[in-house]
Ligand binder design. Structure first.
Ligand code: NAP
Length: 272
C-alpha cells in the first residue's frame, strides 16, 4: 500500500487524483492519492508533509499553487531541473533524502513534440511559475524565446536568468509582425470560470503559421485556441502537458510507465 498526494490551495477542482488513481489501477498498485490543502505561507505545514515523505509514510507528493516556489528551500536536494526553474512540483525519496523535482518542464516538452519539431522562436505570455518551466524547456532545446508579461520586470528577470530569452511588451503594438513558430499562453487568462477572456490582444493577427499552445486545461478548449483555429492555425490546450507531468511524477514514485492515452481517458471520462 503506497500513499501519495497533492499539496496546494485550493485543491477542490484538481484533476491530479483522477490521474494518479487511474495510474495506480493501471499499474496494479494498491495505493491512495490524497489532497493536502495547505494555506499560502504555512511553511510549518509544508515542512511537516515533507517530513512524512522523508520518513517513508508518504511515498511521494505533488506540489501546486501556491507552494511550488516555497518548497524549493524545504527539501533536502533539488534536481538540476527544479533548481534551474526555481520551483518544485514533485517530491520523492532517494536514500532517505527528499528530492524536489519539476516535471512541468519535461511534461511540456513531451507534449509539444507531438505538435511540432523543435521551434526556432517562441513567444511566452506570462512570467509566473509555469512560464519559468516552459522557458527552461524552450531554452534547453535552443529556442530563442520572447517573454511578454504585464509586469515587465518579471520578464526581465527571466531574460537575466536564461540565455536566449528576451523581454517584450504585452502591448498590442509590440506583438504585431513577430516571426514566431509557437505562441504559449502561461497566464490564467481564459481559465474556468472566465472562459470568454483571451490573453492575445484583440485586433492583432497571430504570427502566421504559428502553433498556439495554451497551458490552460480547464476548459479543454479556450477562447485563445478557438480564435487561433479560426485564423487557420493549429492550437492546443494544456491537458496533454498535465498528463505528461503526472506520468513522469508517477514514474519517479513507482518506476511504472503509464500510457498517456489511459490518463487522458480517465480525465475525459470524469469531464463527461
Ligand atoms: P502564476 O505563477 O500565478 O503565473 C501567472 C502569470 O500570468 C503571471 O505572470 C501573472 O502576472 C500573469 N497574469 C495573471 N493574470 C493576468 C492577466 N489578467 N493579464 C496578463 N497576465 C496575467 O501561475 P502559473 O502556475 O504559472 O499558472 C499559469 C497557467 O498555467 C494557469 O492557467 C495554470 O492552470 C496553467 N498550468 C498548466 C499546467 C499544465 O500541466 N497544463 C501546469 C502548470 C500551470 P503577475 O505576476 O503580474 O500576476
Amino acid at each position: 500500500m503506497i500513499r501519495l498526494g497533492l499539496i496546494g490551495y485550493p485543491l477542490a477542482h484538481s484533476l491530479s487524483p483522477v490521474l494518479h488513481e487511474a495510474a495506480l489501477r493501471s499499474a496494479g498498485i494498491e495505493g491512495l492519492y490524497s489532497l493536502f490543502p495547505v494555506l499560502p505561507g504555512d511553511e510549518k505545514a509544508l515542512s511537516r508533509l515533507i517530513g512524512r515523505v522523508r520518513s517513508g509514510e508518504l511515498s511521494g507528493l505533488n506540489v501546486t499553487i501556491p507552494h511550488k516556489q516555497a518548497t524549493v528551500s524545504l527539501v533536502d536536494e533539488l534536481t538540476p531541473t527544479a533548481a534551474a526553474i526555481g520551483a518544485v512540483n514533485t517530491l520523492f525519496v532517494r536514500s532517505g533524502k527528499v528530492i524536489g523535482d519539476n516535471t512541468d518542464a519535461p511534461g511540456f516538452l513531451a507534449d509539444l513534440e507531438r505538435f511540432t519539431a523543435p521551434p526556432a522562436a517562441a513567444l511566452v505570455l506570462g512570467a509566473g511559475g509555469a512560464a519559468r518551466a516552459v522557458v527552461y524547456a524552450l531554452v534547453a532545446m535552443g529556442c530563442s524565446t520572447l517573454v511578454a508579461a504585464r509586469r515587465p520586470e518579471r520578464a526581465e528577470e527571466l531574460a537575466e536568468q536564461f540565455r536566449g530569452v528576451h523581454p517584450v511588451s504585452l502591448r498590442a503594438d509590440a506583438l504585431v509582425g513577430l516571426d514566431i513558430d509557437v505562441v504559449i499562453n502561461a497566464t490564467p487568462v481564459g481559465m474556468t470560470p472566465h472562459i470568454g477572456a483571451c490573453p492575445w490582444p484583440a485586433g492583432v493577427d497571430f504570427p502566421p503559421g504559428a502553433l498556439v499552445y495554451d497551458l490552460i486545461y480547464s476548459p479543454q478548449d479556450t477562447e485563445l485556441t478557438r480564435l487561433a483555429r479560426a485564423s487557420g492555425l493549429r492550437a492546443t490546450t494544456g491537458l496533454g502537458m498535465l498528463v505528461e507531468q503526472a506520468a513522469l511524477a508517477f514514474r519517479l514514485w513507482t518506476g511504472c510507465r503509464i500510457p498517456r492515452e489511459l490518463l487522458l481517458d480517465a480525465v475525459q471520462q470524469r469531464e463527461r
